[in-house]
Each structure stands twice: as C-alpha cells, then as structure tokens.
Design a protein around this ligand. Structure first.
Ligand code: HEC
Length: 178
C-alpha cells in the first residue's frame, strides 16, 4: 500500500521531469536550426550582393513576369497581375543598371516610353478589373517590348501575347524572321 501511494504521488513529478527534458531537448534543436538558418541567410545575402545579372537575364525575368501578369489577368487575379506589372518594371530597371554604359541613355529613354505607353494601359485595365481592356493593352505592350528590341538590334527576340501554357517560353514566338 505504502509503495503504491508513493508511486502514485511521484508519477506526476516523473511526468513533469520527462516533459521538462523534452522541452529542453526541443529548445536545443530549435536553437541549432535557428543557427543553421541564420548561417544560410547570411550566405544567401552575400551571394545576392555579388550576383549581377546580365541584361539578357534581367530580360528573361521580364518575360516570365509578363506571362504571369497575363495569365493572372485572364484568371481575373488582379492582385497578381498588378504585382507582376511592378516586377516587369523592376526587371527593366535592373537591366538599365547593368547594361553597358554606352547603351544606358538610350535604354532608359526606351524604358520610360515603354512604362508610359505599354505598362500604364495595363495598369489601368488591371485597376478596372477589365479583361477586354487588358487584352487590348497587352497587344500594344508586346509591340512595346519588341520596339525596344528593334532599337537594340534584337528584332529576332519577338515577344508575343503569352499563351495559356503555364510556361515562360509561351511568351516567345520562336519562328525565325521571314
Ligand atoms: C528598354 C528596352 C527594352 C524593353 C522595353 C524590353 N526589352 Fe527585352 N531586351 C532588351 C535588350 C537590349 C535585349 C538584349 C539583351 C542582351 O544583350 O542579351 C533584350 C532581350 C530580351 C529577351 C531575350 C533574353 C535572352 O537572352 O534569351 C527577352 C526574352 C526579352 N528581352 C523580353 C522582353 C519582354 C517580355 C519585354 C516587355 C515586357 C521586353 N523584353 C522589353 C531591351 C528591352
């Protein structure tokens, strides 16, 4: 009887001790994970600082954002569409930062034209949640992309209205120039 009483009274204490141990081990693991995450974040930050895209790489971002903007708009995901428009502008700015000094002034001038005459109508359509207006504006915008390509002797990079394929490649017409 006596030992049973002792066991009964000690059981909660035992459970508490085991729980406390588990919490301590958990805390240790969490600390190790947090440390590993911090180290990884630092490595990524260093990498990001030293990564400088080439103009073509920044352009591939524009292309992907254009696809996502368009497919987002077709699905009436206007938050996504307007986010992607910001990203297109961001990727063009990125390109303007890394382009050869000799080409920069012309690039920036063309970029401003593109923002005003191609991105602005898309933004307006997005704000109005108007798919038909968006599609009209997209027909204009791809011509805007290509006008700048022509200026930089890249007419063979022909952007087209993205197809519904969920692929970045859907934005390009791969046929050779006639
Ligand atoms: C202000 C000028 C300008 C505008 C606007 C512009 N581009 Fe470009 N784009 C360039 C230049 C310059 C290149 C050639 C980059 C290089 O040197 O490789 C290029 C190349 C590209 C390429 C080829 C990348 C590769 O190497 O495979 C794609 C794709 C592209 N652009 C997409 C777009 C899309 C989509 C838009 C419109 C949303 C757009 N561009 C608007 C200047 C522009």
């Amino acid at each position: 009887m006596h030992s049973r009483t002792r066991a009964a009274t000690n059981l909660p204490a035992l459970i508490m001790a085991v729980l406390a141990m588990l919490v301590a081990v958990g805390a240790l693991i969490a600390m190790r994970d947090a440390e590993a995450r911090a180290q990884r974040a630092e490595a990524l930050a260093t990498q990001a600082q030293s990564w400088k895209p080439r103009v073509g790489q920044a352009m591939l971002l524009s292309q992907q954002h254009l696809v996502q903007a368009h497919l987002g708009a077709q699905a009436k995901n206007w938050d996504l569409a307007s986010h992607e428009l910001d990203e297109i502008e961001g990727s063009l700015l990125l390109a303007s930062n890394v382009i050869d000094e000799a080409d920069r002034a012309v690039f920036i001038e063309q970029m401003r034209t593109f923002v005003a005459s191609s991105l602005a109508p898309l933004r307006k359509a997005s704000e109005a949640s108007d798919v038909a207006a968006w599609n009209d504006a997209m027909n204009v915008a791809v011509k805007g992309c290509n006008a700048c390509h022509a200026t930089f002797d890249h007419s063979y990079v022909r952007v087209r209205v993205p197809s519904t394929e969920a692929s970045g490649l859907g934005a390009l017409d791969f046929a050779p120039l006639p």
